[in-house]
Design a protein around this ligand. Structure first.
Ligand SMILES: Cc1cc2nc3c(=O)[nH]c(=O)nc-3n(C[C@H](O)[C@H](O)[C@H](O)COP(=O)(O)OP(=O)(O)OC[C@H]3O[C@@H](n4cnc5c(N)ncnc54)[C@H](O)[C@@H]3O)c2cc1C
Length: 417
């Protein structure tokens, strides 16, 4: 058995955090605790945030959430992707019956046809393609294949494997999904998300998000006094910001966060959210860093499963980063698929059986992910116009949420998973 993990993701923390970070909801934290990976992710390797403030340059409204108000120690964590990968990879190497192939690249995939076939007991494995071109192979005992045709994978180096279940976790441009011939829908937002590292004078413990005329800008706390910027904007502005020096970029962020008007009292409401508004911290450049940008799209696979195949994470759905939900939807998939596989092991069912995958994985996850995709897409459109009636209604809506504790708590609990 090969017990050597991938070196790229098991290395020590760098001084400056990774540009790619994720907000981790309490539901995802629970998953990491369940698989024994949380100790390698928890602060100081990640940062907890106690508050969240969302405000609007065009509509004048503001919502401020505080973990203390609902009796929680924090509202979530921000962790670098590298830290998440390393922690999960370390757990994977502890499984007696697992083998990691690293690096590995999928070249060909053959799946059984949809027609039901005869049962035949042939012991084999479940293959998971994920986290940085790694293929993990887990032996699944007690499970009887429901069809005598197994999935066949061929890697770029010519190695071939047979599996009762292939889990495609290979991201938005999933090769697994393409090879399985699963139809996708995709709509470009004609925007890019720019990510960067900055510093704040005091340690930042708030997730800030301001809706600007060009899109939302988030300032998220990361470990060691650093913060991360996720700025969704026009293609033109993103490409220009990518070329900016760290000093120029920090200046642009400060302008974007603090320029224009601050929330003011809405005359239509008996209470004022403006009193809750807190000015965001000034950001400072981090020498030697660069900004990177990614195209923003809404995309999804019409089906998440086929006989002997399940797609998880961005391979199945891609959302706008405005609420930091992308990776958490993927971890929700992992929870549901794990429950389906545990059920297969307990009952002796085939883990690659289409009916099992449909009932216990695809249907509940498509419902859940579909609702979140619609909610995020609607938010994106509601926050697009910056002037006029819709902007005023939007400002009123934010103030109403802020001034209605029950509604505020409901939205917060939904976002926290
Ligand atoms: C600007 C921006 C900001 C974001 N911010 C947040 C945030 O704050 N919170 C949040 O929850 N989400 C955020 N997201 C979304 C989040 O990054 C993704 O949802 C998440 O990374 C998806 O994880 P994944 O494992 O499904 O796919 P990926 O992270 O894309 O990983 C796929 C892996 O598969 C490997 N792979 C691909 N093809 C092959 C192949 N043929 N053979 C072998 N291996 C292969 C890749 O190397 C990669 O390691 C953001 C996204 C963007 C663009």
């Amino acid at each position: 058995m090969d017990r050597e993990g991938p070196t790229e993701v098991t290395s020590a923390l760098q001084e400056v955090p990774d540009l790619r970070v994720s907000t981790i909801t309490p539901a995802s934290v629970q998953l990491f605790q369940d698989v024994g990976a949380w100790d390698d992710i928890a602060p100081p390797r990640s940062a907890a945030f106690q508050q969240m403030q969302v405000w609007d340059e065009g509509g004048n409204g503001c919502v401020r959430y505080s973990a203390g108000n609902v009796g929680l120690p924090n509202m979530g964590y921000v962790a670098e992707n590298r830290v998440l990968q390393a922690a999960l990879m370390r757990r994977l190497t502890h499984f007696e019956n697992s083998r990691l192939l690293w690096p590995a690249s999928l070249e060909a995939l053959t799946l059984p046809s949809y027609a039901p076939e005869a049962h035949e007991g042939r012991p084999t494995s479940s293959l998971h393609l994920s986290a940085g071109n790694t293929l993990s192979i887990l032996e699944m005992v007690n499970c009887r294949p429901s069809t005598n045709t197994l999935a066949e994978l061929r890697l770029a180096d010519g190695q071939t494997f047979h599996a009762r279940l292939v889990v495609g976790a290979d991201g938005a441009r999933s090769r697994t999904r393409q090879l399985a011939d699963l139809r996708t829908f995709s709509r470009s937002y004609h925007q890019r998300g720019i990510v960067a590292s900055v510093r704040t004078q005091q340690v930042n413990d708030t997730a800030w998000q301001r809706f600007l005329p060009t899109g939302p800008l988030a300032l998220l706390p990361v470990r060691g006094g650093y913060s991360n910027i996720v700025w969704s904007t026009t293609v033109q502005q993103a490409l220009a910001l990518e070329k900016a020096t760290p000093q120029e970029f920090a200046f642009a962020v400060n302008e974007a966060l603090n320029g224009g008007s601050t929330p003011a009292r809405n005359p239509l409401l008996p209470f004022s959210s403006a009193a809750d508004f807190t000015a965001p911290p000034t950001v400072f450049p981090v020498d030697g860093t660069v900004q990177r940008s990614f195209p923003l799209t809404l995309a999804g696979s019409g089906r998440y499963v086929r006989p002997r195949l399940a797609l998880v994470g961005d391979a199945a759905h891609v959302v706008h980063p405005l609420a930091g939900q992308g990776v958490n939807l993927g971890f929700g998939d992992v929870r549901a698929l794990s429950a389906a596989l545990a059920h297969a092991v307990e009952t002796g069912r085939d883990p690659g059986e289409l009916a099992l995958l449909e009932e216990m994985y695809e249907q509940p996850r498509q419902r859940e992910n579909g609702m979140m995709m619609m909610a995020l897409d609607s938010l994106k459109h509601i926050f697009a116009p910056q002037k006029g009636l819709l902007a005023s209604i939007r400002g009123l809506g934010l103030d109403l949420i802020n001034g209605t504790p029950a509604l505020k708590e409901r939205i917060m609990k939904y976002a926290m998973g």
